[in-house]
Design a binder for this molecule. Structure first.
Ligand code: HEM
Length: 310
């Protein structure tokens, strides 16, 4: 009886979660100086950050972020309350997880922006989790709910966990590029694969500081870019292999997951070629969000069936 309003509610929460991810990424990248002029010398300067923070774009984004995050929290609680009686075990677990992650992000929000990388990483990964869980709930409440895995379930569940781990790692390294203010490290060019031993310190989420404050090695910032590129290729290849080996049908959530990830990879390459373009980089992050949504749909389609209450 409540199926249609619940679906509308879940679709709204999914859209709000994408707006939350996009607005916070835009604020962070804009304050760093992505899109500033003259690029790349203006990037990372205190003056650029001050100008960005005082601009009307930043004010609109901050307001958008606050209002969408508050609306999201209210709608998620309402959706779980409405859906609870009709949901089985996995759906209830996802609904509760959504509320818990929303609460954690609200708590972390009190310390944002923070110089501690862990805070930004939690924000970015938490945003992707909200999108994935909202998409999973929505897909089960729509026609996709009847989509049972036609492939060996155990293999597919392991595949989903592997992709989840790779996506989380990939997003965390991507966020680390902006946390370390290394967005212009490849502006002059990153001609060949570079790995600096100092990059390990840059990846420590409990160590604050920009890359050039933590390392005197000029290639340390570039190493973050190379790690992100290689992990992106690994994620894409793993996904394509799973889909090829298991001959997943075209048009299934799996094939959408692959398409969105190819688009994310493509926008990543575009942001490396035409670096310093705010719109390109924000679209790259939003596509990563759509990838999390597709992974949520795929994940719930291979979840262990449990008896649902009548
Ligand atoms: C398909 C796999 C990929 C995923 C899921 C992904 C996801 C992400 C995410 C979530 C961020 C965080 C941005 C933030 O909010 O701070 C990011 C940053 C970034 N990504 Fe990717 N990415 C992928 C592949 C690539 C590739 C292949 C490239 C380049 C060849 C690339 C270039 C970048 C750059 C340059 C940034 C940092 C922007 C900045 O802080 O200035 N990405 N990525």
């Amino acid at each position: 009886m409540m199926a249609r309003p619940l679906r509308a509610l879940l679709l709204t929460t999914l859209l709000l979660a994408l707006v939350i991810l996009g607005s916070s990424a835009t604020l962070r990248l804009f304050a760093n100086g992505i899109g500033c002029d003259p690029w790349p010398s203006c990037y990372g300067l205190a003056e650029t950050a001050n100008q960005a923070q005082g601009s009307s774009l930043a004010k609109v984004l901050r307001l958008t972020h606050r209002t969408t995050a508050s609306a999201f929290a209210i709608l998620v609680i309402a959706a779980v309350a409405i859906g609870w009686r009709g949901w089985g075990g996995p759906m209830r677990l996802i609904g509760l997880s959504l509320i818990v992650v929303t609460g954690v992000l609200a708590g972390v929000g009190l310390y944002t922006p923070s110089p501690l990388p862990a805070v930004t990483i939690i924000n970015v990964l938490g945003g992707l989790v909200l999108i994935g869980l909202s998409a999973a709930l929505l897909s089960r409440s729509t026609a996709l709910a009847s989509c049972r895995p036609e492939l060996p379930a155990r293999f597919m569940r392991r595949a989903v966990w592997t992709l989840l781990a790779l996506l989380a790692l990939q997003a965390a390294v991507g966020a680390m590029i902006s946390v370390r203010v290394a967005g212009n490290a490849c502006a002059a060019s990153c001609p060949q694969l570079t790995w600096s031993p100092d990059a390990l310190a840059l990846l420590n989420p409990m160590l604050s500081g920009r890359w050039n404050a933590l390392s005197s090695d000029l290639t340390a910032g570039q190493s973050l870019h190379w790690l992100h590129r290689i992990l992106g290729a690994a994620l894409l290849l793993t996904m394509a292999s799973i889909i090829y080996v298991r001959r997943v049908a075209a048009g299934s959530p799996w094939s959408w997951l692959l398409r969105v990830t190819i688009a994310t990879f493509g926008l990543g390459v575009a942001s490396a070629i035409w670096d310093g373009q705010l719109l390109v980089t924000v679209t790259h992050v939003l596509l990563a969000g759509l990838g999390a949504a597709a992974l949520g749909v795929v994940g719930i389609s291979v979840a262990r069936p449990r008896s649902s209450p009548t």
